[in-house]
Design a protein around this ligand. Sequence first.
Ligand SMILES: [Zn+2]
Ligand SMILES: [Zn+2]
Length: 258
Amino acid sequence: MQHADYVPLHVHTEYSLLDGAIKIKELIETATAYRMPAVAITDHGNIFGAVKFYSAAIKAGIKPIIGCEVYVAPDGRLNRKSSSSGENAFHLILLARNMDGYRNLVTLVSKAYLEGFYYKPRIDADLLSQYSGGLIALSSCLHGEIPYYLSQGMIDEAREVALRYKNILGPENFYLEIQDNGIEVQYEINKKLQELSKELHIGLVATNDCHYLKKEDSRAHDILLCIQTGKTINARERLRFETDQLYFKSPEEMKAIQ
Ligand SMILES: [Zn+2]
Ligand SMILES: [Zn+2]
C-alpha cells in the first residue's frame, strides 16, 4: 500500500484543553484511512497526550511525531508584566526529531510551567537555546511571533526573529509555516512569509492548524471555546475562530489548496 505524501505537523487533540476536539483514537484511525506515513500532535503548551498518542500510532504502523505548540514570552519567561506589544505569549511549534529532542521538549514544557507561567506556560529564546537539540521548530499560526510582526508591518523585527530561530535550531531545523484556513489576513501574511523564506533561505512548510477532526465538528468546537472562555454562544464579544476549515484535512484536500 502506497503512503500519502502529506504529513500533518500542526494538530491539536483534546489535550489542548478546551481548544481541541480531536480524540487520539479517532485521529489515528483517520490518519490510517488517509494512508499517512506519520502524524504529529502539537497541543497548546503541554504534551499530556504524548504517551497515549505514541502507543496508538505505533500500534497502527504510523510514525508518531511528538510536538507541542509552545508559548513564547517576548520579554523573557521570568517577566510577568504585560509586554509593550500587549502580546505575552506568542505561539511556536516544536517537533521532536529524536529521543534527544523528546527529552528537551519535556524539559522545555516543564520549565514553561515552573518558571514561565503567566496566564500560560511560557518559554523564551534563552531557554530554547539551552534545550534545542533534536528539535524542529515551525513559525506557527497568526499568533506566532513572525506572522504577528509581519501583520504589523514590522518587517525588520520579523526578519530578526526568523534569523534568531534559524540560529538557535540550525538552518535545517527551522521552517516558516504557511496556512490557508480561508482567513483573509492569511493570504497577505503567506505572501510575506514566502518572501522571507527566499530572502533568508529558510524552508517553507504548509500545515492546517487542526482543532477538530471533521468539518462538521466546527460548531462543537465553537461551543468548547465558549466553555473555555465562560461565554455563551450568543455573546457578541467573545473568542471565536473565523473559519470552519480547522479540521483534519486529507492529503488530497491539502494539495488542492493553492
Ligand atoms: Zn497557534
Ligand atoms: Zn495551533
